[in-house]
Design a protein around this ligand. Sequence first.
Ligand code: ARG
Length: 465
Amino acid sequence: MVDESDPAVAGREGQARGHLWQARFADGPAETLRALSDSLVFDIRLFREDIAGSRAHVTMLASVGLLTPAERDKIVKALDRVEKEIDSGILEFIDSDEDIHTVVERRVIEIAGAAGAKLHAGRSRNDQIVADMRLWTRGAIDDIIGLIRGLQRTVLSKAEAAGEAYLPGYTHMQQAQPVTLAHHLLAHGWALQRDIERLADARSRVDVSPLGAGALAGSSLPLDPEMTADLLGFGAVFENSLDAVSDRDFVAETLFVLTLLGVHLSRIGEELVIWSTSEFGFVEFDDSFVTGSSMMPQKKNPDVAELVRGKSGRLIGNLAGLLATLKGLPLAYNKDLQEDKEPLFDTVDNARLSLLALDGLLASCRFLTKRMAEAAASPEAAATDLAEWLVEQGMPFREAHALVAEAVRRSIDENVPLVDLVESDPQLGPVAAALVEPGMSVSRRSTRGGAGPAAVRDQIERFRV
Ligand code: ARG
């Protein structure tokens, strides 16, 4: 497949098959160096981006006169072929293929001969890897935004289906005031909305081309960095070559945003675990989203919710690890930067999986709204409403709070139903007693953004857009 007829290649064949930088050294690299530094096992995932970057680079080289149109076409054809070979798994790696850039260039030289040997003019793997990573991250962000939207649609449809169902709202994990189920679900929906906004914002800083920065200082060749940026659909071009090759803010930022997303998903997972206990019994999962026990025949375990919760721990680890890698690095490129890939890939993979699994779990679950209403039926849940009703009658809030608190205490100490005490209290009486009826309290939460059915109907309209 090597273009042997081409004397330039015949002479350099050994070089093309050795390490790109081999000519500088008398001896080959040690086994242990290879084991430590070769990155092909994980950066092979960047092959499409790497090849797209090379296509743009040679198109630019031809436009500034560093390649003839024929050379350009030959290289582009070779790149197309290498992409197909990697995609279909037929490309065989050789010993000197240390990373994705090396594989593609080695194979292009084998296919395109002397023209192929011109591919790397005016660039370094240092700007090349950042371009690959930025393209890959941009795609991953778009993909994850789509998956978050999917989960939001599920949250919305569950909220709509919940109607006026209500459950206890909690603070300190103690029953506080009843809230509608739709309101509770949408609380998570809004957190997801902020995740989308943060991703979109981070994307604008990911979307910057580093091509043309070279190893660290730019180039003496008449390159056109704006052209490569345009060809790759980047929104901007780097301003400083040192910064361009050493900046991994975009990775750290993406990791942070995805980690916060993971934390949000973890909190949903945690609630679903609690809600699915026999003690709560607020939710039942579909059989396809639970697991059994190898020993206890009765078990129905919420593994999906637990793993979504558990995954967030490793996302936090990936973020903390990358920040630690970056903190001591002088300008410009250092090989430490190779350590950005595995955490990014791992975080994106696990965020994606968590989103899909949680979406499936939620879409297929059944909320046990009768149980929820029973749990929220305790008259004490209306204590705040009683105090607010007294405020409406003109009583200062502090006084009202104390009066109701005392009624609650007496009801517990003397084992008398709260409703009886309210009814017989001269300041409260039968009108106030009606507020203690189950379901009354939640229906009165009518302020904007509040938990009552009317306010939630408006909220749903705002969430929909
Ligand atoms: N695999 C390297 C990385 O991920 C690519 C850049 C290599 N540059 C170098 N000067 N060795 O960072």
